[in-house]
Design a protein around this ligand. Structure first.
Ligand SMILES: NC(=O)c1ccc[n+]([C@@H]2O[C@H](COP(=O)([O-])OP(=O)(O)OC[C@H]3O[C@@H](n4cnc5c(N)ncnc54)[C@H](O)[C@@H]3O)[C@@H](O)[C@H]2O)c1
Length: 285
């Protein structure tokens, strides 16, 4: 079957493409604008199309059975500075994707974010990014009902693993800590440091996404590790120096994990961030 992954050159999208292409019955395509994605993440056997999701109708003329929509602007704190870019990617983008899926009778699997649960949903939201993600889930649900579109909505919880961005403005936490540890620099923790997160390994995210693509329907497929750690807990696991940074806007304190629905599909978590950091330290003594 033909499957389209938006954001296929990014962190999660490249792992998804890698898994999907293992099934020889699949033809896998990626649509990516390479804003944070990179050609280094390309996987053999996947067809890569360069462009913006908001222009999908001009870029893709085949009928994918499934569209995994991961290609969105995806950083919380930075989204205050990048609001125009965010709007073009996440709001113009989702509308074009929905219209495309309707036209081609594709099933849409949307990559929502757990920030929806920690940040007050689409009501009083703590960051532009989190608001776009939460409001997009509402739009997908309504659009699905209005037009009979097949859809499933997933929510990822702080994903870590290979190919995470480790340097620069868009680096993510575990990769950034690993990089600083290797360079013998102190790990930087945004105050107060007690904010809780459910770090989830990329392999567990991908197994969940594939299940949802095959069998999922409707909202509420949270994919996350049940154990939560504070950012300071994570930094302390590295046993090295820590430097506290001032508080930042948009940094939520809690996170509530909702994985009941995906467990019905047979999903379970298999990896722990504690083991991941321990094994990284052993390999980098
Ligand atoms: N990483 C996490 O912890 C996490 C948590 C919750 C939700 N998510 C969601 O998962 C998805 C993938 O995140 P990621 O961590 O792999 O991020 P990422 O930045 O590595 O990947 C996003 C990919 O989408 C591409 N992209 C961005 N805007 C685009 C656009 N307008 N048109 C085409 N391509 C575009 C980027 O170039 C990149 O390749 C995002 O939708 C993100 O919101 C991620």
């Amino acid at each position: 079957m033909k499957i389209l992954v938006t954001g296929g050159a990014g962190f999660i999208g490249s792992h998804l493409c890698e898994e999907l292409v293992k099934n020889k019955n699949n033809s896998v395509y990626s649509l990516d604008n390479y804003s944070t994605g990179t050609k280094k993440n390309h996987v053999e056997g996947v067809t890569y199309i360069q462009g913006e999701t908001k222009n999908i109708d001009n870029l893709i003329d085949f009928n994918p059975e499934i569209v995994y929509h991961l290609g969105e602007y995806s950083r919380v704190e930075q989204s205050f500075d990048d609001i125009e870019k965010l709007w073009g990617s996440n709001k113009d983008g989702i509308f074009a994707i929905l219209q495309f899926c309707r036209k081609h009778s594709s099933k849409l699997v949307y990559a929502g974010s757990s920030t929806k649960f920690g940040d007050g949903g689409i009501g009083r939201n703590q960051s532009p990014y989190a608001w776009t993600k939460a409001s997009n889930t509402e739009l997908v649900k309504n659009y699905g009902d209005w037009f009979g579109l097949k859809f499933a909505i997933t929510y990822f919880y702080n994903v870590y693993g290979g190919r995470e961005i480790s340097t620069g403005k868009y680096a993510t936490l575990i990769a950034l800590f690993k990089e600083k540890y290797k360079n013998r620099e102190p790990l930087t923790v945004v105050s107060p440091g007690t904010q809780l997160r459910n770090f989830t390994h990329i392999d567990d995210i991908i197994s969940g996404l594939i299940m949802v693509g095959e069998k999922g329907s409707g909202d509420n497929y949270g994919i996350g590790c049940s154990e939560s750690f504070s950012i300071l807990d994570i930094a302390n696991m590295f046993d090295t120096k820590i430097k506290m940074l001032p508080e930042r806007k948009g940094n939520r304190m809690t996170s509530k994990v909702e994985c009941e629905k995906i467990k019905i599909l047979g999903w379970s978590e298999t990896k722990s961030v504690l083991d991941y950091i321990e094994s990284f330290k052993n390999n980098n003594k």
